[in-house]
Structure formats: structure tokens, C-alpha cells
Design a protein around this ligand. Structure first.
Ligand SMILES: Cc1cc2nc3c(=O)[nH]c(=O)nc-3n(C[C@H](O)[C@H](O)[C@H](O)COP(=O)(O)OP(=O)(O)OC[C@H]3O[C@@H](n4cnc5c(N)ncnc54)[C@H](O)[C@@H]3O)c2cc1C
Length: 416
């Protein structure tokens, strides 16, 4: 039976980053992933590539539930729920609603900021050897309405209070910062420490390096079950084989919780479906990546291309595309960049990704109490690329029994 020190389930940004730091610490590592080698079906492939310590407010925050309920009435809004009467979904929605309060934001913001800054510094270091084009241009939050601008200004104040650079901008300030395209806005905020990367370039640089280092990566390999004995995980099963290991890392994205039900472990997780569309050689493109706040769109110029990512549909794992929402997203871009034309994107093939959504908007990183050799590394929602390197480093700290680089108590997978 094949065996390695660590078996990682899932070869997305989180699985690959975990493999990188584990391999660097001297462990033999196997990655089992059910996707094709190009990884297009994972959530890590077609996302907006933002690496943003400025995203320190967890998804479960005050106002989110009220706004979500309003959006549920609008078929063109960026949010929806594919409601199923499963116990799993109802429980997740209840737990999310409970977590969306000011105390939770206060307790979580510093953890997200710290993990975000830690990951950013690891990305910079990694890019020096792997050359995946990590770009440190900052990110703009662009607001077309005064009300949302005033909310963003309160977040930017919070950022400054936490020691993060954040520059408030009036419309002229936005125009001076965004030099690639004209903007038509109430204002915005510039976060100069934020960065971006082409996720496909990042994934393939990581994968090439890992292969050179002897990490064994198996694609088209679906993990069907995990065996636990007393308080240890002993092996995982795939359709054709079983794999032994001393440690196992659960990095299967939105599918992670499904894999551990049979072990009696609970880690509430839903999928947050989102779409992206990429223009290869747009007539024009912005200079700086931006979040188009009211429309909840991430806009990223990546080399010669320009990508939009957006919509959030809470689902149990369906990848069906809602054309109405997709096209509402493509139209909404012109509210921010008036030179953009909807017909630049109407005929382009959309990509669909399932974000792993924890029930309180915080990642799950750490060992399970019942099985300490099973380590969760998932639930990163909208910031799984952003937090990938820091997560991989923390997983390695745990496996090697080093003191973790930061406090993990908010991230325990058993917290529900
Ligand atoms: C439109 C959109 C835009 C986004 N933009 C950003 C952004 O700008 N910045 C950012 O930080 N994040 C962004 N995200 C979120 C980010 O993409 C995710 O958080 C991240 O990719 C999650 O990585 P992962 O490794 O946990 O999961 P995945 O990338 O999904 O990897 C998990 C892998 O495990 C495999 N797997 C699952 N079950 C099994 C099994 N049983 N056996 C074997 N393999 C299995 C999956 O197929 C997959 O390959 C965006 C997401 C979307 C949808």
C-alpha cells in the first residue's frame, strides 16, 4: 500500500501551499486530487487572484443577513441561495445568522489581518524563487453610491486603527490612482499593501516546483473515504487504491465536510458559487485591481487580460450557471468604468467556482480534537488564494509540532 508522511486531499491553492511548506520541512508528501491536471474545475483556477490583507471583515458580519434577504427578492442581485431542505443547509444558515454580529467581527478581524499579512509576506518570498508574477499594485474599493462609500470609509478607519495602510479617495483621488480607465464614482478607498497574481500561473509554478522536489501529485483521483481507528486516521481510500500516512490534510475545498461525516466530525460548510469572465485582449483595461462594491464584483487586470469575478450563490454544490445573474454582473461593470461596453464580454465563456464557506466566515485551520493527525485547511470563502501561503505554513507548523506562527484558536475546525 502506498504511504507517505503526509497525505493531502485536494490540490487547489490550499493543498499545494500546504505541500510546499511540508516538503520544505523535510516530509514526504502525496496530493490526491480528483480534477484534471489543469485544475480548471477547482475553485483556485478562475478566481480574481487578489491577495488582500484588507479583507479582514469576515463574511458573517452585521448587515449581511439583512442585505442578503433584500437581495433574495431581486433575480439580478449578486446574491442568492439555492435552498434545499437538508439539515446541513438549514443548520449552516442558522449558524451563519448567529455569527453575523459586531462581537464576532471584533474577535475575528485581527486574526484575518494577521493571516493576510503573513500570507502576503510569504507570497513575496516565494515569488523570488518561483517567479509567478506577484504584483504589488494595491487594490481599490470603488463605490458608486454615497451610502456604500460611507460604509467603506468606516472599514478603512478600522484598517488604519489596526495598522493597515488605507487611503480614502474622493472622485478626483480615484481618477489619479486609476490611470488605465475613466471612472464615474462617489469615491473609494485605496489599500496599497494589497496585491494580485494570476492564479493559474501561481498554481502551475507551485506544481512544477513540487514535482521537481519529489512530491507525488495524483490527479483524477477521487477520495471516497477516510478510516479512523481510536484517535488516529490510518488511511484514505480512492476508487482504486488506499493510502497510508502519519498525517492527513483536509484541503478538499467546498467538498471537505462531506468527506468527514462518516468519522462523526462536524465542520459546517456550504459552497458559495461564483462566476468569472476573462477578456483576453480588451480594448482598454484598468491599471489597478478593484472591488466594485455595490455590485460585489472583483475586477482584476492580469497581464494582457482583464477578469471579472462575482456573484455568491449559497448552494450544496451545484455548478449550474444562472444566466440572468451572470449578465447582470457583466452589465454592472459599466456603472464603474463608463468606457467599458457590455458587448466586450457577452460572448465569452464563463467559469464557475465553488468557494468553501464556513458558517462564520472564518477558515478552518487546525487539527481535529478526535483525530489530531487530521488537519483541516479549508473554509476560506472569498480569500482562499489570499490566505493560501499562510495556511500552508500553519499546517506545517502543526504537523511538525512547532509553535504556530500565530494564534489559531479562532480557526479550530471543531468550533461548532
Ligand atoms: C468568482 C470567484 C472569485 C474569487 N476571487 C478570489 C480572489 O480574488 N482572491 C482570493 O483570495 N480568493 C478568491 N476566490 C476564492 C478562492 O478561489 C477560494 O477560496 C480558493 O480557491 C479555495 O481553495 P481550496 O484549495 O480550498 O479549494 P479548491 O481550489 O476548490 O481545491 C480543492 C480541490 O480538492 C478537490 N477535491 C474535492 N473533493 C475531493 C475528493 N473527495 N477527492 C479528491 N479531491 C477532491 C477539488 O476538486 C479541488 O481540486 C474567488 C472565488 C470565486 C468563485
Amino acid at each position: 500500500m502506498p504511504q507517505s508522511d503526509v497525505v493531502i486531499i485536494g490540490g487547489g491553492a490550499i493543498g499545494l501551499s500546504s505541500a510546499y511548506y511540508l516538503n520544505r520541512a523535510g516530509y514526504s508528501v502525496t496530493i490526491l486530487d480528483d480534477q484534471t491536471p489543469d485544475q480548471v474545475g477547482s475553485c483556485s483556477w478562475g478566481n480574481a487572484g487578489m491577495v488582500c490583507p484588507s479583507h479582514f471583515v469576515p463574511l458573517a458580519a452585521p448587515g449581511v443577513v439583512k442585505q442578503g434577504l433584500k437581495w433574495l427578492m431581486d433575480p439580478e442581485s449578486p446574491f442568492s441561495i439555492e435552498l434545499s431542505l437538508s439539515f446541513e443547509m438549514i443548520q449552516w444558515l442558522w449558524q451563519f445568522r448567529k455569527a453575523a454580529n459586531p462581537t464576532h467581527v471584533k474577535n475575528s478581524a485581527n486574526t484575518l489581518r494577521e493571516l493576510g499579512m503573513f500570507s502576503r509576506s510569504l507570497f513575496i518570498e516565494l515569488d523570488q524563487t518561483l517567479n509567478f508574477g506577484f504584483t504589488q499594485d494595491g487594490i481599490l474599493m470603488l463605490c458608486s453610491e454615497e451610502e456604500t462609500l460611507s460604509h467603506e470609509l468606516s472599514v478603512s478607519k478600522m484598517a488604519r486603527d489596526m495598522g493597515l495602510d488605507a487611503i480614502d479617495l474622493d472622485p478626483e483621488g480615484v481618477a489619479k490612482t486609476e490611470t488605465g480607465m475613466a471612472t464615474d464614482l462617489a469615491g473609494g478607498v485605496y489599500y496599497p499593501l494589497d496585491c494580485h497574481v494570476n492564479p493559474v500561473t501561481f498554481l502551475s509554478a507551485m506544481k512544477n516546483h513540487l514535482k521537481e522536489q519529489g512530491v507525488s501529485i495524483h490527479h483524477g483521483t477521487y477520495v471516497t473515504g477516510i478510516d479512523g481507528e481510536k484517535n488516529r486516521i490510518t488511511m484514505v481510500h480512492t476508487e482504486n487504491e488506499s493510502w497510508k500516512g502519519d498525517h492527513f490534510v483536509l484541503a478538499a475545498g467546498a467538498f471537505s465536510s462531506k468527506l468527514i461525516h462518516s468519522l462523526g466530525l462536524k465542520m459546517p460548510l456550504m459552497a458559495g458559487k461564483g462566476y468569472s469572465v476573462t477578456m483576453d485582449l480588451p480594448t482598454q483595461k484598468p491599471a489597478i485591481p478593484a472591488i466594485l462594491v455595490e455590485a460585489r464584483i472583483a475586477s482584476t487586470p492580469m497581464g494582457s487580460t482583464w477578469r471579472f469575478g462575482g456573484t455568491m450563490t449559497v448552494t450544496q454544490r451545484s455548478k449550474e450557471i444562472n444566466q440572468r445573474k451572470l449578465h447582470a454582473m457583466l452589465r454592472a461593470v459599466s456603472n464603474y468604468y463608463p468606457e467599458y461596453e457590455y458587448d466586450w464580454t457577452t460572448s465569452l465563456e464563463p467559469w464557475v467556482g465553488l468557494r468553501p464557506l464556513s458558517a462564520d466566515g472564518m477558515p478552518y485551520i487546525g487539527p481535529f480534537e478526535k483525530y489530531p493527525n487530521l488537519i483541516a485547511a479549508t473554509g476560506h470563502a472569498m480569500v482562499g488564494v489570499s490566505l493560501a501561503t499562510g495556511t500552508g505554513h500553519l499546517v506545517t507548523d502543526i504537523v511538525s509540532k512547532r509553535r504556530p506562527a500565530m494564534d489559531l484558536s479562532n480557526l479550530r475546525p471543531d468550533r461548532f
